[in-house]
Design a protein around this ligand. Sequence first.
Ligand code: SAM
Length: 296
Amino acid sequence: MNLLLDEIAVAASRLAEAGVESPRTDAELIAAHVHGVSRGALHTVPDAEFDPRYWDDVARRASREPLQHITGRAYFRYLELEVGPGVFVPRQETEVMTGWAIDALGEMDAAEPVVADLGTGSGAIALAIAQEVPGAQVHAVEADPLARQWAERNIASCAAAAPHTAGRVTLHGADFATALADLSGAVDLVISNPPYIPVGSWVPPEVGEYDPATALWGGEDGLDAIRVIESVGRRLLRPGGLVAVEHGAPQGAAVYWVFAEENGWRGTRNHLDLAGRDRFVSAIWKSQPAWKDDAT
Ligand SMILES: C[S@@+](CC[C@H](N)C(=O)[O-])C[C@H]1O[C@@H](n2cnc3c(N)ncnc32)[C@H](O)[C@@H]1O
């Protein structure tokens, strides 16, 4: 054992007492951040180099500040994003929907598929698609000016680290209800992780006190923004284009019916997250009414 590993063990039990969900992992990741080493190299930090500022960051985490605000970093698929006050911290659940979208775009017969990411926050979904789908042209829409500053920063640093993404993510400061008028009927994929928590629901302090309110609350049943995405999808998508929208675990059935056949949607599907819970819905936009299909 060395001093740092001893301190991590004490920190982990403090974080557990404070109700942190993954106390040992967080104690290690904070130690790695403070000492400028990878998690796997923590045991190599000499006792003399133990940095007592570790305890300041442990205290922040014990007060339930998100780990990602303390380290200033969030990992999303193959991206390292900058996050902090004013922007929603990207979640693992959203990686699954984004992976599904990346696969679907790969199967499309489009050299430069056009994508709309509605409510981009840090830019996580938009940048992952730009990074992993060659040629994709991604329009990232965000209404919140503070969140937009984080997206701008991430778009710039991603372009520097992965030059093939440069110029392929366009950030639009707008309400997604009315955004992208020029692209009506021309979009191959509409994707969104919108605010979907029903107003009045309990959320942990990391969420309620640190994620921006505009990223969380979706009206009385949580579906207000999802209904808007549905109508925006109808406006933006070309026939045969796809929509994918994230929702809360109990909302799978309700969101399925938002993308109903009578509105012109086909192949509506529920998808699970890695924990096996309903997490997103996809559908195909086919502007013809169902009776025309029956005739062919
Ligand atoms: C749950 S966060 C998702 C952020 C990011 N896409 C992600 O998955 O990490 C939802 C985002 O949508 C933005 N938003 C909410 N309503 C919006 C609207 N009407 N128009 C544009 N952006 C909106 C919020 O500001 C927030 O950044």
